[in-house]
Ligand binder design. Sequence first.
Ligand code: NI
Length: 164
Amino acid sequence: MSVLKILTWPHPLLARDCDPVEEIDSAVRHLVSDMLETMYAAEGRGLAAPQVGQAVRLFVMDTGWKERAPDPVICINPEITWSSPETTAMDEGCLSIPGVSARVNRPAQVHMRWTALDGSANEDDLSGLAAICAQHELDHLDGIVTLDRVDRQTRLALIEEYTA
Ligand code: NI
């Protein structure tokens, strides 16, 4: 395993639609183990493949590892199939936008489907931090970052803070 370089905004790979993972082969398994090591080393709770230079639909997350034992979830070709009408606003950091925290409004609960590393089909109702983290990471697979989820004025202020 190795710690990968995390691309930072505005790298073009962070703004493109990623391709589905066609086959879970050794390259994908290798990428996942490197991504987990990279996420933990960077003290993040989630990391998406485009953030480490691979434009494929895959992310890893572990929302509770700072408080509990590590329990990573590996989401391949994830899809949100339901979003609650209720929304919640949380201050979201992003390993690709270091030092910037953006208050993003999102559905409070979602239902997500994904393929696990062993190829099995999974689905779950997510709420709390897991729902927010999953939506943030899935956004990366669609080329969307937190700066694209705030109003124009906030975006400009955050970019100014980021580039200062
Ligand atoms: Ni992010």
